[in-house]
Design a protein around this ligand. Structure first.
Ligand SMILES: [Zn+2]
Length: 185
């Protein structure tokens, strides 16, 4: 069994407010006892994360079948959040809802645009159907969703987070839109 993650991504936070929002959310999580304040080597992909706190059960569904094995990684900074090793099979235009298969012909353009977004924070692709210009973060994805943002809360090897917990966490983000991305490596 691989390592599983669940990430709540703030889609509207920018470089200027990501740190402050991260601080606010972590403070709340620590006060709730969901995670501990002192970071340890308990996450993948980052040196340090917050280990589960004494009340981690508050964040997860009742029928959990294991305790959290690892902790919470907080990402601040421009990040393309993925659902794991696999990439989506198609992109969905937010304007006309048409579905563009990410086949070998199309994928390189999307891949390059994603890379440009990670480097500059600004990249768009034209929709092949309606010719509208769509910024990379605005595209939808058919499977293995992606989320592009500057703030993400990534729980490693936790049971399923409840809808209620995700809603309460999102409420601390000042009305920002959020995405929930989960997967495994
Ligand atoms: Zn379109």
């Amino acid at each position: 069994m691989g390592d599983r993650f669940q990430t709540i991504v703030d889609l509207d936070a920018g470089p200027a407010d990501a740190e402050a929002l991260a601080h606010r959310v972590v403070e709340w999580l620590v006060a709730e006892g969901v995670v501990l304040a002192d970071r340890t080597n308990c996450v993948l992909g980052q040196p340090l994360g917050h280990p589960p706190g004494p009340s981690w059960e508050r964040a997860v569904t009742d029928d959990w079948d294991h305790e959290p094995w690892d902790g919470l990684a907080v990402h601040t900074g421009r990040t393309g959040f993925t659902s794991g090793a696999d990439m989506p099979g198609a992109a969905v235009c937010p304007h006309c809802r048409s579905v563009t298969a990410l086949d070998d012909d199309v994928w390189p353009r999307f891949s390059t645009a994603m890379q440009t977004w990670r480097e500059t924070g600004n990249a768009s692709l034209p929709c092949p159907t309606c010719a509208g210009t769509v910024p990379v973060p605005e595209w939808g994805w058919d499977e293995c969703p992606l989320a592009f943002g500057h703030l993400g809360f990534e729980f490693w090897n936790w049971p399923d987070l409840t809808e209620d917990f995700r809603t309460r966490l999102a409420a601390l983000l000042g009305g920002h839109r959020t995405a929930y991305v989960s997967g495994a490596f």
